[in-house]
Design a protein around this ligand. Structure first.
Ligand code: HSE
Length: 411
């Protein structure tokens, strides 16, 4: 019998406890022994739950309980989650988590502490909810050099974009529904401003390229400035706008790591991934592209990954050597503006004509939309760096006013 504890009884924490009850038989058979949730930490009271007797408000009851060998940290946030995780690992307990903020900020350090104490720190649930991605990356794809990772990493924003693209639902209404369904972060700014996707691409990039990628080094732009006009021009171009986190290895040892809304061709493997679903594309030098798809948020999908990590640890005899990366000096990320890309521009003409734009930008693809005002243009440029794009825009001076710029990605 393995005894475990759960820190936090929110959406994911309650899902973890319920999943242990619901799937008790198969979990026991896969783990090779029974796994019992002995304690649940939460500052709130849950007197009506059938397992009310398991709750404690005192972390030390879990830390100092020699029977508890695995703990799920599903509280979220950095504090007190970091101190709790560090203490648990130092006390010889393995920790599993869905806390992407903590893994993105402190992953290298916590993995090193786990290794030092011969225990595990697993975080399958931190990226892609119920989609297996962390374990496939460090185990099943271990024979590859991974050159690129890109994905739709946030269910809430993908749900909102899907509603905007397919049903013309306003942004606020779609966000409110995502919150009711339990997809959104406590502070939805973390979703819509791209911070949640940023944390997830940091984790994937760290694992793929072996050195810690810190969130502050990743250029991050959310979806709050997107309009239904941009969605209509994207459709005319033959594509969709998706919030994409990407990390691409460069020959100089650095990488591009970014999060921004991107224009994708409708033929892209990521273009048809809608609603709360996430999709993650891994480019390996042996496999080519591998795409993982599934529910990226929600109570049971995320709990599924947390419980699977606990089952895995209950069978493990020592610390996982393949799930780790080195710390970094945060100099491993290159200037995103140097990446050669195509760009979508929507602008108001303030004196310029289409020939002026063609003079400045060279060959462009002109776009149209129903109800397009006479003084509005939209076009997609040829490949250039963002520095070159800025130069070209500035040669037109105040003859155009750029309302929207979206990068085009070719996945
Ligand atoms: N708020 C996150 C999302 C939850 O919408 O994807 C899962 O990490």
């Amino acid at each position: 019998m393995v005894k475990v504890a759960v820190l936090g009884h929110g959406t994911v924490g309650s899902g973890v406890v319920e999943l242990f009850q619901k799937n008790a038989k198969s979990i026991t058979s896969r783990a090779g022994q029974e796994i019992e949730v002995k304690r649940i930490l939460d500052i709130r009271e849950f007197p009506d739950l059938p397992y009310a007797d398991k709750f404690t408000k005192d972390f030390n009851e879990i830390l100092n309980d020699p029977e508890i060998s695995i703990v799920a940290e599903v509280m979220g946030g950095l504090s007190p989650a970091f101190d709790f995780t560090k203490s648990l690992l130092e006390h010889g307990k393995s920790v599993v988590t869905s806390n992407k903020e903590l893994v993105a900020a402190k992953g290298a350090q916590l993995l090193a502490i786990a290794k030092e104490h011969n225990v595990n720190y697993f975080f399958e649930a931190s990226v892609g909810g119920g989609i297996p991605i962390i374990r496939p990356m460090h185990q099943c794809l271990a024979a590859n050099e991974i050159t690129e990772v890109a994905g739709i990493l946030n269910g809430t924003t993908n749900y909102i974009l899907t509603k905007m693209i397919h049903e013309s639902v306003p942004f606020d209404e779609a966000l409110a529904t995502a919150q009711q369904l339990g997809y959104a972060e406590r502070n939805p700014a973390a979703d819509v401003e791209g911070h949640d996707a940023c944390r997830k691409i940091c984790i994937l990039a760290s694992l793929a390229f072996g050195s810690h990628v810190y969130p502050h080094t990743v250029y991050t732009e959310g979806i709050t400035k997107l309009t239904l006009d941009d969605v209509a021009y994207a459709e005319n171009w033959g594509g969709v706008i998706k919030l994409i986190g990407r990390a691409k290895k460069l020959d100089n040892g650095k990488m591009y790591a970014t999060v921004y809304p991107a224009l994708l061709s409708s033929h892209s493997q990521l273009a048809g991934i809608d609603d709360v679903f996430n999709g993650i594309l891994i480019r390996g030098n042996a496999t080519g592209d591998v795409v993982f798809y599934g529910r990226g948020a929600g109570k049971f999908p995320t709990a599924s990954a947390v419980v699977a990590d606990m089952i895995d640890i209950s069978k493990a005899s020592s610390t996982s050597k393949s799930l780790s990366w080195k710390d970094s000096d945060a100099d491993n990320v290159a200037d995103y503006k140097e990446a050669p890309l195509q760009f979508y521009i929507r602008a108001d003409l303030c004196g310029a004509a289409q020939p002026d734009i063609a003079d400045a930008f060279g060959d462009v693809t002109w776009l149209s939309r129903p109800g397009q005002p006479a003084d509005e243009v939209a076009f997609v440029t040829d490949i250039m760096t963002e520095y070159e794009l800025d130069d070209k825009i500035s040669t037109l001076g105040n003859k155009i006013s750029v309302k929207s710029m979206i990068r085009v990605l070719d996945y």
